[in-house]
Design a protein around this ligand. Structure first.
Ligand code: SAM
Length: 409
């Protein structure tokens, strides 16, 4: 049947497409696993939150918070001008979000699979992990090295395959560390082990060094640029997770210089603050020479399919936005621009969130929406993880590559 096909496609790809809908459900663990040949991403390490059944004792603090909220709700709150704009934005997308969520709740077979997405319990969080952000700041940073353990395969005429291993010692910071092979490579850094996917590379540095990624030839530029900036936001919890930067720093990101001669699709994650939406629309995209085309909404659900918070909760929306735009290259074919015009205004991706601020891997979905932009040269800015075929830049691109996020082999 149709749903059986859909489920088995989901089991392979991690992507479930709802019929007659602009919504998909994705399992990041399955999507990421396609980046690896020998290693497997650990579902319980990825899904560290939002599986209710695993944490039967709700935090007493949270319940007192909701009591407080209820009390507050009694007073009618009059929205100021900015809040009204935010509410208008919300009302426009609300029906599509509800419809997407309904599709999920009707997909009973998918819901059954979802409950088991976090299927094993070997996760240990007590392993030592360095703070790349801290290490990159000290004067010794240029001296830190990563050792890559390559397993080469050489095809011999008769006797089959010859395997030999090779170790390479490379500077870990301010250096492009590349795995050109078609196999996963293990890296050793301080006391940790990191898994580097095939045909991928990282450049670990502060924003000040980002110009080193600008290609010498525009042909080597990127045609997919995903950006998840460390936006400032009031919460102290947020501040303790990673350093943030004031908006003006993002104005000078060299997006145009990173763009391929054939142009690039630019995908920017934004939070729900109205001020930020206005900044992107009026200042950031214009200064990058990016033209807005569409928005992907990431609707966050729990393991049982329910939304992580009430859809209409003003300050805790259960979704985030990925703004899509395009940047012309020197030789952009107008035919390519037409493709962008056919992107649907509103697309919805449902998934169960992983760690704090970790975004679902939507690269593949984005590539589908821009055929014709070949070759696929992809880069993620402010990345905390790596993907096969991608460049990752940020001050901690190895963060989620630590072996504790993978199953023991
Ligand atoms: N997309 C990522 C994910 O899914 O895990 C999350 C990215 S997080 C919003 C922003 C990242 O930018 C953090 O890793 C933070 O350490 C990094 N960052 C903050 N200030 C930076 C700077 N000055 N230079 C480079 N990276 C920086």
């Amino acid at each position: 049947s149709k749903t059986c096909d859909e489920i088995s496609a989901f089991m392979d790809s991690g992507i479930y497409r709802f019929e007659n809908s602009n919504a998909v459900f994705i399992d990041p663990v399955r999507v990421l696993n396609r980046c690896y040949t020998r290693f497997r991403v650990s579902p319980s390490a990825y899904y560290s939150r939002f599986f209710e059944s695993i944490d039967p004792n709700p935090n007493p603090k949270t319940s007192s918070n909701s009591r407080k909220r209820k009390r507050k709700d009694k007073k009618p709150h009059i929205l100021n001008e900015r809040e009204q704009l935010a509410d208008q934005r919300h009302q426009v997308v609300r029906p599509s979000l509800l419809k997407a969520h309904e599709s999920l709740m009707e997909a009973t077979e998918l819901l059954a699979v979802m409950r088991n997405l976090r299927s094993e319990f070997k996760y240990s969080s007590s392993v030592y992990e360095p703070s790349f952000v801290e290490l990159g700041r000290v004067w010794q940073a240029p001296l830190y090295e990563i050792t890559l353990h390559f397993n080469h395969h050489k095809n011999l005429d008769k006797d089959g395959v010859d395997k030999y291993s090779e170790q390479r010692l490379l500077p870990a910071f301010n250096n492009l560390v590349v795995n050109r092979t078609e196999d996963d490579v293990e890296g050793e850094f301080l006391d940790g082990r990191y898994i580097i996917p095939r045909e991928s590379c990282f450049y670990m540095s502060d924003l000040g060094q980002i110009h080193n990624l600008i290609p010498a030839e525009p042909d080597y530029g990127f045609n997919l640029i995903v950006i998840d900036p460390p936006w400032e936001n009031g919460s102290a919890h947020h501040k303790s997770m990673y350093p943030t930067l004031p908006n003006r720093y993002f104005l000078s990101l060299p997006i145009k210089q990173l763009t391929h001669t054939n142009g690039a699709l630019v995908a920017l994650w934004v939070t729900n603050r109205e001020k930020l939406h206005a900044f992107v629309e009026k200042e950031l995209f214009p200064s990058w020479k990016v033209t807005y085309v569409a928005t992907i909404y990431w609707l966050k659900v729990k393991g049982d399919g329910s939304l992580i918070s009430d859809l209409d909760l003003f300050h805790h929306r259960p979704y985030e936005c990925l703004l899509l735009g395009y940047c012309n290259g020197e030789a952009t074919d107008p035919k390519h621009l037409l493709r962008f015009k056919t992107l649907e205004d509103i697309q919805i991706v449902l998934s169960i969130p992983g760690d704090y601020s970790r975004k679902p891997p939507i690269g593949e979905l984005l590539l589908e929406s821009v055929p014709g932009l070949n070759p696929d040269r992809c880069i993620e800015l402010f990345a905390r993880e790596m993907m096969a075929g991608w460049h990752s830049w940020g001050n901690e691109p190895l963060h989620f590559q630590h072996s504790r996020f993978f199953l023991d082999d």
